[in-house]
Design a protein around this ligand. Structure first.
Ligand code: DAH
Length: 353
């Protein structure tokens, strides 16, 4: 019997030596120390051991059991330590690794141009005035001196936002230019003091929409920056001086500007401003079509009817206005040959700016 106890202990210790995981250890415990284990069998069968040997056998069995238990505790501690070492090794945080870069967005090229234009006019004392994109025919055309059927409407084919039956004689449409903001702004300013309206000096940036035949030069959606100055004694030379100064601040101190007679219903007289080509310096190149000049904006003295529609008495007030297209300026600056890139949302294009 004593021999058998020794074997049980020996077998248990040998099996324990092969245990390499927490799971296997629990399995070993059931087999070698559990209720149905060999060593527990010895205790259970104590009754069949001759009386005079019981003391010795019992002591031997207890020793064997304690030896197995001690070995179990030791093994459990060793496994725990190994697991800790392993996790320290494997999950070590390497603080010298470079972090994951967060991709940075950027401003749309037209927004960049728009902000530059805004900055230049802000320096000259112009405030930004925001105006709605959905307009009535009245604001978009009639109050700007385009009566119904006026031929100048031809150039601004519109997107109507109501069904043909619902339109009536003052239909809602997407604004075709930022000019209706002139009327909204003047009316708001004039409301402050209808007898003696305050001077106006604002720019109106924003999105415009036209029912265009889309091509490399025309998009159905584009931005404009409108400008308006109204006050007493504002003259055409104020217009020329301000816009020539804008051109220098925007395109470079040496840039020359010229004005050509033009026509808009809401200005009289009207002009177009060209600047000396900033790519060839005026010598003539592909971008300026060998003329040495680039057309940048339309402008003029605010028509008396428009002043009146805004609540300003044309006998006492004068003003000038201008309008330009940031897409066009951006195209000239960066040699962009197709306006459709701006709304195509192709990152290969957008990431270049
Ligand atoms: N609204 C004109 C257009 O879209 C641009 C323009 C020209 C605006 C002359 C003006 C101006 O204020 O004076 O074609």
């Amino acid at each position: 019997m004593l021999e058998k106890i020794k074997e049980i202990q020996q077998a248990g210790l040998e099996a324990l030596a092969a245990v390499a995981s927490e799971e296997a250890l629990q399995g070993w415990k059931v087999t070698h120390l559990g209720r149905n284990s060999a060593i527990m069998g010895v205790f259970k069968n104590m009754g069949s051991v001759p009386k005079e040997q019981r003391g010795e056998v019992g002591r031997a069995a207890n020793q064997a059991k304690q030896a197995l238990e001690a070995a179990f505790e030791e093994k459990a501690a060793a496994l725990k330590e190994a697991a800790l070492q392993r996790s320290l090794q494997e999950e070590r945080l390497d603080i010298t690794l470079p972090g994951r870069a967060i991709p940075r967005g950027r401003l749309h090229p037209v927004t960049q141009t728009l902000r530059e234009i805004t900055r230049v006019f802000a320096e000259m004392g112009f405030q930004v005035y925001r105006s709605r994109e959905v307009e009535t025919d009245e604001y978009n055309f009639q109050l700007l001196n385009f009566p119904p059927h006026h031929p100048a409407r031809e150039m601004q084919d519109s997107f109507y936002v109501q069904s043909a039956e619902a339109r009536g004689d003052n239909p809602l449409l997407l604004r075709t230019h930022t000019s209706p903001g002139q009327i909204h702004a003047m009316r708001q300013f004039a409301a402050e003091n209808p007898e003696n309206p305050p001077p106006v000096r604002i720019i109106l940036p924003g999105m415009c929409y036209r029912y265009e035949q889309v091509s490399t030069r025309y998009e159905s959606q584009f931005t404009q920056v409108e400008g308006l100055a109204v006050g007493k004694d504002i003259t055409f030379s104020d217009l020329k001086g301000t816009l020539a100064d804008f051109a220098r601040r925007m395109f470079g101190q040496d840039v020359r500007a010229r004005f050509r007679a033009s026509h808009f219903p809401f200005t009289e007289p009207s002009a177009e401003m060209d600047i000396q080509c900033f790519l060839c310096g005026g010598d003539g190149c592909q971008v300026c079509k060998r003329t040495g000049w680039l057309e940048i904006l339309g402008c003029g003295m605010v028509h008396p009817n428009v002043l009146r529609n805004g609540g300003y008495d044309p006998e006492r007030y004068t003003g000038y206005a201008f309008g330009m297209g940031p897409e066009r300026i951006t195209m000239l600056r960066h040699h962009i040959e197709d306006i459709r890139y701006f709304w195509a949302n192709d990152l290969r294009f957008l990431e270049q700016f």
